[in-house]
Every structure is written in C-alpha cells, then in structure tokens.
Design a protein around this ligand. Structure first.
Ligand code: SAM
Length: 278
C-alpha cells in the first residue's frame, strides 16, 4: 500500500461560510483530521454535516503527535491538517509536520482558503504588489523595537498580527521606529463586528479611544518610502545625445529634442535647458 497524503486545509477566520467545496470534500474523505482546536473543527463539521475522526495537534503536543500522524501517513492514511483558523502553518502549527512529511517523501497538498494577513492586506488600501509578513511582533517592548529597527528599511508593505491589549504600546513603537506612516488596523474580519481603521499612525494614536480594543487584529503598515532614483539627467549626456542625433540622424533641432524627451520620459523644456546648460 502506498503512502497517504497530507492535506493542509484552510478554514474560516470568522465567517463559517468562508470554506471551499474542496476543503469540505477533503475533510469528509480523509482518514483522520489533525486539528489545532478540536472543538472548532467539530463546529465546522457539524455545520456541514460531516463526521470524521479528529485528533488534536497543537504547539504543546507537536512532536509526539506529529510522529503518530506521520506513522498513519506512512501506513497509507490520508490526513487533513486544520489550524485554529485560516491557513495551517502560517503563524500556526503545521510547519514541522509538513517538513517531516516531506522528509519521508509523503505528498503534501494545499487546500487554499482564508488567511487573515492576506484578507487584511487586500482591503488595506496600501500597495499589495510586494509585502512582508512578520507574524507576531515580540511582546516585550525592547525586543519589539529592536525587531522593528530591522524592518525599517523594507519598502514592501508590512503585515503583523497583534493582540488588542498590546495595540497602544505597539502603535507607539511603530510610530517611534518607522515614523508617521499610513496604516490599516483590521479587526474581526469576516465576523459581525468587522472594522477597519485606516490613517496615519499619529492620527490613529490620537484617536485611540474610538478604536475597540477587543477581538482579533491584523496590522498593515506602509513600507519605507522608495528613495528617488538618481536619474541619468546630467546635462552633458543629454547634450551628447542631442549632437549625435543632429549629426548622425540628421534630425532638426526640434525633432532631436522631441526624441530625447520621449526616450528619457522628460519634458522638451527640460531637454532644452540641459542642452543650453551643457
Ligand atoms: N493561520 C492563520 C491565518 O492563516 O490567518 C493566522 C494564525 S495567527 C495565530 C492568528 C492571528 O491572526 C490573530 O491573533 C489575529 O492577529 C489574526 N486574525 C485571525 N483572525 C482574524 C480576523 N478575523 N480578523 C483580523 N485578524 C485576524
């Protein structure tokens, strides 16, 4: 008999309807569901009329339980790994099991779905083309500031999880270390009390009494401003180009200036000034 497969099944981060057909099918068909919180997965199974074998797999039993799960996989059983919420392995247990499964040549299959960081980023209004996911920041102030200092040069949008009782202190550190950047605080996404606050750090701090300091929070902060590139605009080079175009291509003064402006993405008057200056 061949080995089983390990399915990483993403589950809702709030709204129980945020689960894919494939996730439900997998939860029904596997031989065993390894769940960070067995009560939560039972809630999902009940809601969708699924019954299956569940075992607990969390940070306190990761090693011994991981071995047992691996044995089942090696014996041919398919296993679904489910975390407390969202995508297993992302700031949740799962990585070790994935690693040991791969070491034993067990196939690991993603069943993609909700993820708090991506959900928060997508509605933040901050650039999404590149982002840095920092998970949870250290709970202690000193360590948190040191960590943020390491991140201050990153130009990608930054994403962190934070607990509500540390929010004020973390906002202070973000402001102190990163400056008055734009940010979004996403609270209780997909749940009844979903709220998103967007603004500059200073503004959010000044209006902290308007924020509800309860529930689950994800912070999205703008990356460091990109320093302007030093444009190759030296007058001499522009003048060289101009002379070459005039002599070699036989373009008129006007045509040559127009072409340089187009090639360099600058205005014709800038080209003119550079030629006169050069
Ligand atoms: N694996 C999860 C995922 O894929 O989203 C992340 C797990 S991490 C341990 C849990 C943290 O995600 C919470 O402490 C909170 O910061 C954030 N989070 C979870 N659900 C959220 C929600 N509905 N809205 C905003 N943030 C949420």
């Amino acid at each position: 008999m061949g080995k089983g497969k390990l399915f990483l099944v993403s589950t809702p981060i709030g709204n129980l309807e945020d689960i894919t057909f494939r996730a439900l099918k997998t939860l029904q068909e596997v031989s065993l569901i390894a769940a960070e919180d067995t009560r939560r997965v039972r809630k999902i199974l009940n809601r969708y009329d699924i019954s299956n074998r569940i075992t607990s797999y969390h940070q306190h039993n990761e090693l011994p339980k991981g071995k047992k799960i691996l044995t089942e996989l090696m014996q041919g059983a398919d296993v679904a790994l489910v975390s407390d919420a969202g995508t297993p392995g992302i700031s949740d247990p799962g990585y070790r099991l994935v690693k040991s499964a791969l070491e034993e040549d067990v196939e690991v299959v993603p069943i993609p779905g909700p993820n708090a960081a991506i959900a928060a980023l997508s509605i933040s209004g901050l650039p999404t083309d590149s982002f840095f996911y920092g998970g949870f920041l250290p709970p202690k102030k000193g360590e948190r500031r040191r960590k943020l200092q390491l991140y201050q040069e990153i130009t990608a949008t930054l994403i962190f999880h934070e607990s509500p009782h540390r929010l004020i202190s973390t906002l202070e550190d973000l402001h102190q270390v990163l400056g008055d950047r734009r940010m979004a605080i996403a609270r209780e996404l997909t749940k009844i009390h979903e709220q998103v606050w967007r603004g500059r750090l200073k503004d959010l701090m000044d209006n902290i009494d308007k924020l509800t300091l309860r529930g689950e929070l994800t912070l999205v902060i703008e990356g460091r401003a990109k320093r302007p590139q030093v444009a190759p605009l030296e007058a001499a080079t522009i003048k060289d180009d101009y002379q070459r175009l005039r002599e070699e291509s036989g373009l008129s003064q006007k045509e040559a200036m127009k072409q340089i402006a187009k090639e360099r993405g600058i205005s014709k008057s800038e080209v003119y000034k550079a030629i006169v200056k050069g």
